[in-house]
Design a protein around this ligand. Structure first.
Ligand SMILES: Cc1ncc(COP(=O)(O)O)c(C=O)c1O
Length: 387
């Protein structure tokens, strides 16, 4: 059967690929250490599970409103105001099947054929593919570790053409862990306003910041920018709820309504009883989030210290998220070769930077136990000695 032109342009997610390969090897009994996962290794908080179980037992198993249950949208509106100083009414919020779905919806309702969307690199690998799926053209803004994986207003302005429709930002970033400063966000906001662009601000890692660094939401800095912003977040990373598939977008009413209409013809509502779990997470989960954040910070300190001692590797110290982005130029290997050989020969799974637009780096996840981090890095050190 002939596949559509649309899908032929899309490459499957390389992170999911390598994680699956590592899982498969583990199932076969191979002693693999996975530093590739994009999800917390912690379990979902018990109160959240209990709320979903109770919902099931109460028969809360039917369709809900497409954009989510009203109590959850109210709770998200309150949480965005409290934690992010963002002012969104519940009817500006759409609960989605994960943050990925929220970004997808936003691009589908904002991008027309041939529109250009600027994406700073290294980027989360789904952004360019989603822009392409919406008929748009991803335009990559290259950044490097020397500049802390940030950019200047000048660099951004240089890429803007008559066809530019918007920009996607992701702070804290997957894969680098870079956190944008307030000043940079203000600069981006000024350009977004001046050039009448949209900004999709993916803040899925917003709660996971370290060293007292503060996470700012671009939409909170200027009401005129808020009117051009789609804020994306979700339950996956901060509450250890990746499998629950719950995220949201918050946006101007026209965008939220369009997104609801799109969702009404694709997934309909996110799973009914899972939404009750998310509601409970927002109600009582703050202490759990802080506990996990602290553990991530300790692991960040550990992994950065030990990788930094390996002469051929140059890690970037992340201020947020749970990834260590490591420059491998000194090994003279390209990232896919590096990751494949490392998995085959030393049984450690990492994600090649090529997936994120940087072939001279690999991404190590520290959403893994301290023991796995230490043994995994030991194996990498020994392997690098041998090659
Ligand atoms: C930057 C970024 N945005 C969105 C997502 C997707 O999150 P979810 O699992 O809620 O769809 C991820 C997951 O890896 C991510 O890293």
């Amino acid at each position: 059967m002939n596949l559509s032109k649309r899908i032929k342009q899309v490459t499957p997610s390389a992170t999911l690929d390598i994680t699956a390969k590592a899982k498969q090897l583990k199932q076969e009994g191979v002693d693999v250490i996975s530093l590739s996962a994009g999800e917390p290794d912690f379990d979902t908080p018990q109160a959240v599970k209990s709320a979903a179980i109770q919902a099931l037992n109460e028969g809360f198993t039917k369709y809900t409103p497409v954009s989510g249950i009203p109590e959850l949208k109210k709770a998200l509106s309150r949480e965005l105001a409290r934690a992010n100083h963002l002012s969104y009414e519940p009817d500006q919020i759409v609960v989605t099947c994960g943050a990925k779905h929220a970004v997808y919806n936003a691009l589908q309702v904002l991008v027309d054929e041939g529109d250009e969307v600027i994406i700073p690199s290294p980027y989360w690998l789904s952004y360019p593919e989603m822009v392409t799926l919406a008929g748009g053209k991803p335009v990559i803004l290259r950044t490097g570790s020397k500049d802390g994986y940030t950019f200047t207003a000048k660099q951004l302005e240089k890429l803007i053409t008559k066809r530019t429709k918007g920009i996607i930002i992701n702070s804290p970033s997957n894969p680098t862990g870079a956190v944008f400063s307030k000043t940079l966000l203000e600069e981006i906001g000024r350009i977004v306003k001046d050039r009448s662009l949209f900004v999709i601000s993916d803040e899925i890692y917003g709660e996971l910041v370290y060293d007292g660094v503060k996470h700012y939401s671009i939409g909170a800095l200027d009401p005129d920018v808020l009117a051009r912003t789609v804020t994306v977040g979700g339950a996956s990373k901060s509450y250890a709820m990746t499998g629950w598939r719950l995220g949201f977008l918050a946006a101007p009413k026209s965008v939220a309504s369009a997104s609801t209409a799109l969702q009404s013809h694709s997934t309909s509502n996110p799973t009914s009883f899972a939404q009750r779990g998310y509601l409970e997470a927002l109600r009582s989960g703050a202490a759990d989030v802080e506990k996990m954040r602290k553990r991530f910070e300790e692991r960040r300190n550990l992994i950065y210290r030990i990788v930094n001692e390996i002469p051929k590797l140059t890690p970037f110290k992340p201020s947020g998220a749970f990834y260590l982005f490591v420059d491998i130029s000194k090994t003279k290997l390209k990232s896919i070769d590096f990751a494949n050989r490392l998995l085959d020969q030393a049984k450690v799974a990492v994600v090649p930077g090529a997936a994120f637009g940087d072939d001279n780096a690999v991404r190590l996840s520290f959403a893994a136990s301290e023991q796995d981090i230490e043994s995994g890095i030991d194996r990498i050190r020994e392997w690098l000695h041998k090659i």
